[in-house]
Design a protein around this ligand. Sequence first.
Ligand SMILES: Nc1ncnc2c1ncn2[C@@H]1O[C@H](COP(=O)(O)OP(=O)(O)OP(=O)(O)O)[C@@H](O)[C@H]1O
Ligand SMILES: [Mg+2]
Length: 263
Amino acid sequence: MKEIIVFSNRKGGTGKSSSVYNLGYFLSEKNKVLLIDFDSQGHLGVWAGLKQSKVKEKNIYISLVKFIKNKTIDKDDVFKIKENLYILPSNQDLSALDMELMNVENNKTVLKDFIIEIEEDYDYIIIDTEPAFGMTALNGYVAATQLIIPIKTDYLSMIGVSQLMSLYYKVKSTMNPSIEFVGILPTFYNKRTNLAKNLMKELIETFGKDKIFSPIRKDIKLSEAPYYGKSIFEFAKKSHGEQDYRKFGEEYLKKAGEKNGIR
Ligand SMILES: Nc1ncnc2c1ncn2[C@@H]1O[C@H](COP(=O)(O)OP(=O)(O)OP(=O)(O)O)[C@@H](O)[C@H]1O
Ligand SMILES: [Mg+2]
């Protein structure tokens, strides 16, 4: 096991699911990767081209409830997307988890305890979270070794950044000292607007160059790819989206994955 990465932002539509899916696909070229959809919207399964009827049979909610009740995990509960890439999808049933967890003693560490049982099977586990900071997102932060925050490069999205950072510090100082903030991934970037350029500058000044990934440009191909159930690498080679997610993958490996000499 190398890393458990959580993607989070309490704002909606910042590119979390797109980034989880495409980074996962990129890393799976050389590593065994599991994607966990911890958002009841179930978008990761859509990116992976899974039918709703299949997700109904096997999903993270069913697996977690089974784990909470019987402490058992069936390793066949995951779907294989392709060589080295696996997914535990979700659907609207996951929204019942908050209620389910109310009477569970270690309700903030349920996902962590679950992952401990399977982490040896993978090099990377990447967790997608919902656009909120409820019980599921908190479980994601507690389970992770790394946090990446995708931020839309518009003004309103920037306003919540400091709040996100204080959530991170709170979790790090209390429930999960081993989580590291890897960086901010600017998304929906349009370099032709002064606003986007200024916001990038501001991000770099505030967090340091090291903590800001090269931006993902706005690209219609990224909104079309999930419709076809394909990663951007399969769907639109040489597109801006493909180039940017490849660069992100490479920067990720350089920034975070090379620690301890691993790739
Ligand atoms: N760089 C981009 N350019 C254009 N469209 C994009 C880009 N990134 C993502 N999209 C599209 O924008 C929508 C929102 O992206 P995505 O689902 O990744 O965001 P999210 O943060 O996971 O949203 P939510 O908060 O609802 O979970 C999707 O339809 C996606 O295909
Ligand atoms: Mg999403």
